[in-house]
Design a protein around this ligand. Structure first.
Ligand SMILES: [Zn+2]
Length: 250
């Protein structure tokens, strides 16, 4: 399997490529594109979160515990004393950092259902629904967030698959082949059904994908056909663009 660093690097490359395409194609703000990029990288790390030694999951739980602690403190800030807030904050931190994390690692087996295509789609849909309802974003923004998560996720699965082919060679292709890029698990029929039900449920929580589909079709077509290849000359006006204005005006 590819290790954490490789996954991080490939996720950043894939997500960066998609983000660049977005910048080229449309009226997206740079902050928004940076946000999509980050979500793509996170998506690329998500499939391995069920590993007990997973670095991203430890970071995620540690961050979540700190953030949740602060949120609790802010929410009750007006009503309680500093000492009481500190106790609330610490309690929240401990419950998430130790309680939830332990529960999570016990409930999931590594490369189980989370390491699958439907899970990747589910994480994307959950992101879309959360961004749309939670942050009151536009449908297009919400869908792009979700799409980047799923994109990073799928890139991760493909990379694992590619590694399993390459490490063992074609003749020795064995058990691990096909396990990375799967649609569910026959060993966990109930879990698989639950996963598909969850994904369907999440889809119902998302806004209509029509605007984003129309936008994508339109933009990709124009961007790819018009800007894939350089115009009359390569890097036209590049020198002028990189030379400081003071030099050229002299
Ligand atoms: Zn993996």
């Amino acid at each position: 399997m590819a290790d954490f660093k490789t996954h991080l690097l490939v996720a950043a490359a894939g997500s960066g490529l998609a983000a660049t395409a977005l910048v080229m194609s449309g009226p997206f703000s740079h902050q928004a594109v940076m946000g999509y990029f980050t979500l793509g990288v996170i998506g690329g790390l998500l499939p391995d979160i069920d590993s007990p030694t997973s670095i991203p999951i430890r970071i995620a739980f540690a961050t979540l515990s700190v953030v949740a602690g602060f949120l609790v403190a802010f929410t009750f800030g007006k009503h309680y004393s500093l000492l009481e807030l500190l106790i609330l904050w610490a309690g929240c931190f401990l419950i998430i950092r130790y309680g939830l994390l332990n529960l999570f690692t016990r409930l999931t087996t590594h490369r189980g259902l989370i390491h699958s295509i439907p899970a990747g789609i589910g994480f994307g849909l959950a992101t879309t629904a959360l961004v749309f309802h939670g942050f009151r974003s536009s449908a297009i923004d919400a869908w792009l967030c979700g799409l980047f998560v799923t994109l990073g996720f799928i890139v991760h699965l493909l990379l694992d698959e590619w590694y399993s082919v390459n490490l063992y060679g074609k003749k020795l292709l064995k058990k691990s082949f096909g396990t990375a890029f799967c649609l569910g698990s026959l060993k966990q029929p109930l879990g698989t059904v639950a996963l598909y039900l969850t994904v369907s449920g999440l889809l119902l929580c998302c806004p209509s994908p029509r605007p984003v589909a129309a936008l994508m079709a339109d933009r990709t077509q124009s961007a790819v056909t018009q800007r894939l290849w350089p115009g009359a000359a390569w890097f036209q006006g590049f020198l002028r663009r990189v030379t400081p204005a003071s030099l050229t005006s002299r």
